[in-house]
Ligand binder design. Structure first.
Ligand SMILES: *Cc1c(COP(=O)(O)O)cnc(C)c1O
Length: 453
């Protein structure tokens, strides 16, 4: 906190960096207007480094909420966007099309699994999930089973902050209790117990089968994050479980929606995480890294079968159409980002990040307050034995020259794939320093790091 205050006072004469104004008038994600969360000012970013308003440089461990996979200020993405900006930054998509959208759709169909052939563009991940849910419901209307309107999912999930997506977020950590009856009641099964690399836990499959037996007549779709549960706690679960999910969905006539918004485009070591289980979804949600993290864009893909069902439904059309649908500027960023992905360097980059994080984070396993250390692809996690206070810990990380944001009980990094070994070492070192500091803090003072929220 002291750190934040001093940064603010240095800039009090500077009109542009009006931190007081910010505190009084601007909402930041998940914050209170009574008790502001400390913020730092970022002036520019290049590669894997953020430059703050006072000139300090921080190594970025978050890829700006997992999106900026190629690093900041990438010449190819910037040049594609500049070119598009000068030609046509936006045009409505109703009754009009443009080459950035056609090119991007071709790329997405090519990169994803064969059955996915139809693409719907929207502005954010949450809306891509809303669109997926509407697709599933309209599909069953078209098939003449309009009573299939419920969703089923696993606990610990996260699918966004809009109402339908909230309804399938974890019922305990999510926002269900906060909004009561305004959030639709869905079906939940326990999160898979078997970890990534382990065989499936038969009890988990039985629990899901049991739910399907009782409720399949009213269930339109199962939705889940593949392999990695992100905002719900950074868990990596058994690929065999995902395989079983696909089989049960087929057996009980339930569509499978896979939310790859966080995992898509190489993050877990496969281009898409569903490839770990060798399955294909009926509906796929993409976002975050789709544009390389340069501008908001999301996509929902579906199969011919789903598209036909929707088109046969009483409405006859798919009932969704955002104002900024398929924004050309965003499509141009995505096209450049996917060109970089298609060059294929991400594979060795992610493998190398995984190896280095496994080696460097290992040591944290013996710290007393550390519950688990896990790594998958370019995701490195130290799970502590209690919930952490992000506002208290943030200055410790910035002092160590890194940008890392904890949540729940996890200290994690998801850096850009292009990070250098030296920069990555600085991130893992900071993670360990903070985990050790928490472990070594006497119990009586430790509560300062524990979230009471
Ligand atoms: C971030 C995220 C979303 C929501 O995306 P927004 O762009 O923040 O609306 C949905 N699903 C998953 C798995 C995510 O990680």
């Amino acid at each position: 906190m002291n750190n934040e205050n001093s940064v603010n006072s240095v800039n009090s004469e500077n009109q542009a960096w009006d931190f007081d104004f910010d505190r009084q008038h601007i909402w930041h994600p998940y914050t209170s207007m009574n008790q502001a969360f400390p913020v730092i000012g970022v002036e520019s970013a290049d590669g894997c480094e953020l430059t703050l308003n006072d000139g300090t440089k921080l190594i970025d461990g978050t890829s700006s909420w997992w999106a900026c996979v190629h690093g900041y200020n990438h010449p190819k993405i910037i040049s594609a966007m500049s070119k598009q900006l000068n030609m046509l930054p936006h045009i409505m998509f109703g009754g009009i099309t443009h080459t950035p959208a056609i090119e991007l759709t071709k790329k997405l169909i090519e990169m994803t699994c064969k059955p996915l052939t139809k693409v719907f563009f929207s502005d954010s991940g949450s809306i891509a999930v809303e669109v997926a849910i509407k697709m599933a419901l309209q599909y069953w209307q078209g098939i003449g089973k309009a009573n299939k309107q419920k969703l089923i999912t696993i606990k610990r999930g996260y699918h966004g902050d809009s109402f339908a997506s909230m309804s399938v977020c974890d019922p305990d950590n999510g926002m269900h209790t906060m909004f009561g009856d305004a959030v639709t009641k869905q079906h939940f099964v326990k999160a898979p117990q078997a970890k990534f690399g382990e065989p499936v836990n038969s009890g988990d499959v039985e629990a899901l089968r049991h739910k399907f037996i009782s409720h399949h007549n009213s269930i339109a779709a199962m939705i889940l994050e593949p392999i990695k549960q992100g905002a719900g706690g950074m868990y990596f679960y058994s690929a065999e479980y995902l395989k079983e999910v696909r089989a049960l969905c087929d057996e009980f006539n339930v569509l499978l929606i896979i939310d790859e918004i966080a995992t898509g485009f190489g993050r877990t070591g496969k281009l898409f995480a569903y490839e770990h289980a060798d399955i294909t979804p009926d509906i796929l949600c993409l976002g975050k890294a789709l544009t390389g993290g340069y501008i908001s864009l999301a996509a929902t893909l579906c199969t011919d079968k789903v598209a036909k069902g929707i088109s046969d439904s009483p409405a006859g059309v798919f009932m969704h159409g955002p104002t900024f649908m398929a924004n050309p500027l965003a499509c141009s960023a995505a096209n450049a980002s996917l060109d970089l992905i298609n060059e294929g360097k991400w594979q060795s980059q992610v493998i190398n990040l995984e190896k280095q994080m496994v080696a460097e984070l290992e040591e944290a396993k013996c710290y007393t307050a550390v519950k688990d250390v896990r790594v998958l692809g370019s995701i490195g996690v130290i799970e502590m034995d209690h919930s952490l206070n992000a506002a208290e810990l943030q200055p410790h990380f910035t002092e160590l020259g890194v940008w890392i944001r904890v949540f729940g009980s996890v200290i994690y990094i998801m850096p850009p794939y292009t990070i250098s070994p030296k920069q990555l070492t600085q991130l893992t070192t900071a993670m360990k320093v903070v985990a050790k500091m928490i472990s070594d803090t006497p119990a009586s003072t430790k509560k300062v790091f524990i979230s009471h929220g």
